[in-house]
Write a protein that binds this ligand. Structure first.
Ligand code: HEC
Length: 125
């Protein structure tokens, strides 16, 4: 029984941590990413790929993180459309990158992956 209550408490903490992270991420999104990926993550056709319901994003979290922290260049296909642009390296701390990615994953029909600073750090190597 004690174990059960403990699990519930941990879950509540996790959910709280998650919403705080997404909240901070929203601010970073609106300062940094919005210029290219737009308010609702819809992007701009043939220039900036969508983040909303993006198959590229939802398929591989580590690949998505890597693109954001190291920059992304060259042909990619997102939701069946080809993009051949360049995303400059986004200079964010591990925490900021985790928050903004968590926000993006929590928004616009994406798969709600929670990104931690440790996951970001691993992609900087
Ligand atoms: C200066 C414009 C610009 C900014 C600012 C920018 N991006 Fe991008 N982003 C791009 C371009 C261009 C691509 C596609 C690159 C290519 O064609 O290889 C891209 C690709 C991506 C992708 C992978 C493709 C997809 O649509 O799923 C993700 C994820 C992404 N960006 C997230 C972000 C996040 C999060 C931020 C803010 C921290 C951000 N970007 C800021 C221009 C930008």
């Amino acid at each position: 029984m004690k174990k059960y209550i403990f699990s519930i408490a941990m879950l509540a903490l996790a959910v709280q941590g998650y919403s705080q992270s997404a909240e901070k991420g929203k601010k970073i999104y609106s300062q940094v990413c919005i210029a290219c990926h737009q308010t609702t993550g819809q992007g701009i056709p043939s220039a900036f790929p969508p983040l909303a319901k993006s198959d590229y994003l939802n398929k591989d979290v580590n690949r998505a993180i890597k693109g954001v922290v190291k920059g992304l260049k060259g042909p990619i296909t997102v939701n069946g459309k080809k993009f051949n642009g360049e995303m400059p390296i986004q200079t964010l701390s591990d925490q900021q990158a985790a928050d903004v990615m968590t926000y993006v994953y929590a928004s616009w029909g994406n798969n709600k992956t929670v990104v931690t600073p440790a996951m970001v750090k691993a992609q900087r190597k």
